[in-house]
Design a protein around this ligand. Sequence first.
Ligand code: AMP
Length: 113
Amino acid sequence: MVADCIFCSIVAGEIPADVVATTETAVAFRDLHPQAPLHVLVIPRTHVANAAELADREPETVAELVRVARQVTGDAGHDSYRMVLNTGEEAGQSVFHAHLHVLAGRVQAWPPG
Ligand code: AMP
């Protein structure tokens, strides 16, 4: 756990979150500012800055994030969904604890903004 990391605090149960799924290595909770009817963040319990670092350190957990995304969307009745891994400030990353955005429940434009 890293001090001052909001997602580490959620993993530790120190701050509230609307948790929708947990596994040994991942936690999924609703985004505070949803961009789709279903907008969930799936994060590793381990603190790493982004998905590429997670792939280096815990490649199996990257797969776990994707499995949890499939589970959460399936449980909500969606078979179509978008997964986003913002990496770096210019790409829109604002929280530097790796997280997979999972969005579903509306038609989504391509290319993204
Ligand atoms: P990103 O901009 O890709 O780093 O995404 C960070 C996301 O975390 C944003 O969509 C925020 O709305 C979301 N977020 C920040 N703090 C919280 C929180 N305490 N609970 C749930 N979602 C959060």
